[in-house]
Write a protein that binds this ligand. Sequence first.
Ligand SMILES: C[S@@+](CC[C@H](N)C(=O)[O-])C[C@H]1O[C@@H](n2cnc3c(N)ncnc32)[C@H](O)[C@@H]1O
Length: 207
Amino acid sequence: MTVQSAYNQWASTYDTDDNLTRDLDAQVTKSALENVHCRAMLELGCGTGKNTLFLAQLADSVVALDFSPKMLAQAETKVTAAHVQFARADLTQKWPISDHSVDYIVCNLVLEHIEDLRFIFSEASRTLTEGGRFFISELHPFKQYLGGKANFSQGSRAIEIPAFIHHVSDFLAAALENELRLIDLGEWWHEHDQNQPPRLVTFLFEV
Ligand SMILES: C[S@@+](CC[C@H](N)C(=O)[O-])C[C@H]1O[C@@H](n2cnc3c(N)ncnc32)[C@H](O)[C@@H]1O
């Protein structure tokens, strides 16, 4: 199953399934970004708009991209503010965003599905303004080493979505190559994760 068709199938239950990673990501993103206010924000892989509702409070305008029409349809129902625009786009192709037009890029739980991080960072570097920031929240590689990847159930069938392991050094190398510098790194556990490896890793990069 392709990543796109998996998310089309998951879309109607993504927000309501039990999912500690999704819930922790929402919590961590709120605490990491609560003091941000910017002019133009870009959300990569917005999915059902779970974080878009919050991001809309932080920016004068938000463009939210995703390649799954069914996930986007959920997001469009949830977030109707006039300053938020959704668009269908494959993040592995040149993004439909002008050069140096975005102050803040936010990307949650998407990059495990994208093999080439260097392309993502080169597009971030192309589209960010001077001093612009790039926030990433991802399944921690320690979880990935243990076999963790995005998954959902369809009836009695468990569906795992194709994923690539990205080491912390892969993020840093791709950033460095594209002149983004790391200004914050976080590791996060859900309250049910006691004595487990961290569930999420977050990065904040700056141009
Ligand atoms: C786990 S969901 C995360 C959605 C949202 N960011 C959140 O935190 O709830 C991953 C999303 O990434 C999108 N995605 C994965 N690969 C993509 C690609 N190459 N281009 C655009 N969207 C992609 C999927 O369609 C899906 O909506």
